[in-house]
Ligand binder design. Structure first.
Ligand code: RUB
Length: 309
């Protein structure tokens, strides 16, 4: 897919979910590099930087996106010719995609260990990492049942229930506001993440914080499934993760909104769940308590301190 098409598809959420967004952006960068006709290495680099900016500007919250783009763009730190730069970008892109696909599989294996036979799980939104764990537990023969939320306003729960149904997993589809009502029937909450801050706070689909709060009150564990490239290095310096606020139209049709001049529709796409409501974060490198988020950023993301500024 062309760079502009990929950027538009990420923005419109045709391509969505933090892991898929990261892989699509990397594929678009590789495609752009493959076809880029540049006379000298500096022009090649400048054009690539422009492409990287277009991609990272599409959705602000999923940290997987800048992390993935950065890991490919590192190829341009030193190079001697356009061809060498192109090869290095393509190699790094292939490496990222391979790493990402394996990470999702590994997370499924590790996450499934935390699911017991007979467990009732609750998931929110549509996370391939979280669903991977649930599907793997089912594949291992564990008898499980899932509560899946609807996920207003974009309805990603529908994708989730289709996947669960196709796998033959007993599933209850509930509106977002019914979580508190059912939480005592749930053994374990399993969600994904768009970003994880150095203090272990988890940014995920709007409503996750409310669910985690209800789970904490009910003494139900919350497990977050997230690849290491969803950890946000810049939070080490105190930078806050930007929460995307989307078009009010997604919540209330414009035709209705115009009749209500005193009403302002707010549509944040994500929220922040404090670390105290998260019991475990499952990464491809192993499961950690949220308090160890810093070690993931330090050991696996390889950002130099000067790149953080
Ligand atoms: C998706 C969402 C998902 C995370 C993790 O939001 O919040 O839980 O991105 O997903 P949106 P994955 O639908 O707005 O992109 O595990 O697939 O990366």
């Amino acid at each position: 897919m062309l760079l502009s098409e990929t950027a538009a598809s990420i923005k419109s959420m045709e391509i969505r979910g933090a892991g898929r967004i990261a892989r699509a952006a990397v594929e678009a960068l590789a495609d752009y590099a493959r076809n880029l006709d540049a006379s000298d290495p500096e022009t090649f680099k400048q054009e690539m930087l422009r492409a990287a900016d277009i991609l990272t500007g599409t959705r602000p919250t999923a940290v997987s996106l800048p992390n993935a783009v950065r890991s490919v763009m590192r190829a341009l730190d030193s190079f001697e010719s356009v061809e060498a730069a192109r090869d290095a970008v393509l190699a790094r892109a292939a490496e990222f995609i391979d790493h990402s696909e394996h990470a999702v599989e590994r997370i499924a294996e590790i996450g499934a260990r935390h699911i017991s036979d007979g467990d009732v799980l609750l998931t929110h939104c549509n996370s391939e990492a979280a669903l991977g764990c649930i599907l793997e537990a089912h594949r291992q023969g564990k008898e499980i049942e899932v509560y899946a939320t609807e996920v207003r306003p974009r309805g990603q729960g529908l994708i989730t229930i289709r996947t669960l149904n196709d796998a033959g997993i007993r599933t209850n589809y509930i509106v977002d506001s019914a979580v508190r009502y059912f939480i005592n029937d749930v053994d374990l909450v399993f969600v994904g993440a768009d970003a994880i801050a150095v203090n272990g706070a988890v940014v995920n689909k709007i409503g996750t914080a409310q669910i985690a709060h209800a789970a904490s009150e009910a003494r139900t564990n919350v497990i977050v499934a997230a690849e290491t490239y969803k950890f946000a290095p810049k939070t080490i310096l105190g930078e806050l993760i930007e929460i995307e606020e989307r078009d009010p139209d997604e919540v209330l049709p414009r035709a209705v909104a115009v009749e209500l001049p005193f009403v302002r529709v707010r549509n944040p796409a994500f929220d922040v769940t404090p670390a105290e409501y998260v019991d475990l974060i499952v990464t491809e490198q192993g499961a950690i308590p949220p308090g160890l988020a810093y070690t993931v950023i330090r050991d696996y993301l390889g950002w130099k301190i000067e790149e953080l500024r």
